[in-house]
Design a binder for this molecule. Sequence first.
Ligand SMILES: NC(=O)c1ccc[n+]([C@@H]2O[C@H](COP(=O)([O-])OP(=O)(O)OC[C@H]3O[C@@H](n4cnc5c(N)ncnc54)[C@H](O)[C@@H]3O)[C@@H](O)[C@H]2O)c1
Length: 352
Amino acid sequence: MKKFEIAVIPGDGIGREVVPAALKVLDTLCEVHGGLRFETTQFDWSCEYYLEHGEMMPEEGLQTLANFNAIFLGAVGNPKLVPDHISLWGLLVKIRREFEQVINIRPAKLIKGVKSPLANPKDFDLIVVRENSEGEYSEIGGRIHRGEDEITVQNAIFTRKGTERAMRYAFELAKKRRGRVTSATKSNGIFHSMPFWDEVFNDVKKDYPTIETESIHIDALAAFFVNRPHMFDVIVASNLFGDILTDLGAAIMGSIGIAPAANININGKYPSMFEPVHGSAPDIVGKGIANPIGQIWTAKMMLDHFGENELGTKLLDIVEQVTEAGIVTPDIGGTATTNEVTEEICKRIKQL
Ligand SMILES: NC(=O)c1ccc[n+]([C@@H]2O[C@H](COP(=O)([O-])OP(=O)(O)OC[C@H]3O[C@@H](n4cnc5c(N)ncnc54)[C@H](O)[C@@H]3O)[C@@H](O)[C@H]2O)c1
């Protein structure tokens, strides 16, 4: 029996609705498989926890999480209770940074039965590898002279080590896929960091002669996501570019509610974290209509991470059977509830 210990943080809002749904699906898969078990421990770290304790997680929170094989997170944020920069930096970003989860992977593909808003989506199937530890998301900078003379400096940090690491990850991934890597650049507008990014990309690609490569400016790339997303396989992007591009990736799939993500620790020192792209969706919380597919697909990425790729592929196949049958939540045009979608997926897993 293979056993994995998972720290579960449902977080805020619909995180508390879609995480139990995905765990139910995982349990059902394990039952059917017979040789796999996920032992889960729940943590109530959230904005409500912050109001009670003055912090998003206890001081020893990271030490506690370090003992698990993976972290399975819902969503963090309740701007009515806690400002977003406090809730996100106090939990999500803290885990990503302290656990050296330097790579963020976010796939986007046309899902059967889900209508893409694109006129001609063809059969796109791409993965964005986003540098997840530095770049534009840095705390370096400051503000002086309040008032009309005010000045703000925000520094972006690009290290050769971090940049190269993300690029090599993308190339290795492309080897297992369709063998094409696109670099998201902006070296015509950003004077230092992006020519540096291009230089590292050109160095790294020499080690992968069988992989097709191209560099595209991020603005053109965003447009290509809309008019020909099928041309992409693996895209490597900086922290900010990758973040924006993947919301677009979610949008062209049909809803942010189905987009998954993984934050990967590649040196094996700490657990990786699996979380959907969407947030806590305060506008639909409590209505029972949150789409659980993003969280369930995130669970599939966790299965892949543990080497259970075959099971992961079966899970995504079943999700697509259910979407194709039209049993979907309102965000993708259906009338089903979170529970109904989850139950249908579990029912079909039991028929495996
Ligand atoms: N990774 C994270 O934890 C994360 C990511 C993004 C935003 N947030 C936080 O979430 C809060 C709300 O942010 P937001 O409104 O900008 O983004 P959001 O992703 O929560 O919601 C954007 C829109 O998408 C819809 N949506 C999102 N997930 C859905 C799902 N599973 N099913 C159906 N519809 C879904 C929402 O109803 C809303 O209309 C904020 O506090 C924000 O900081 C957290």
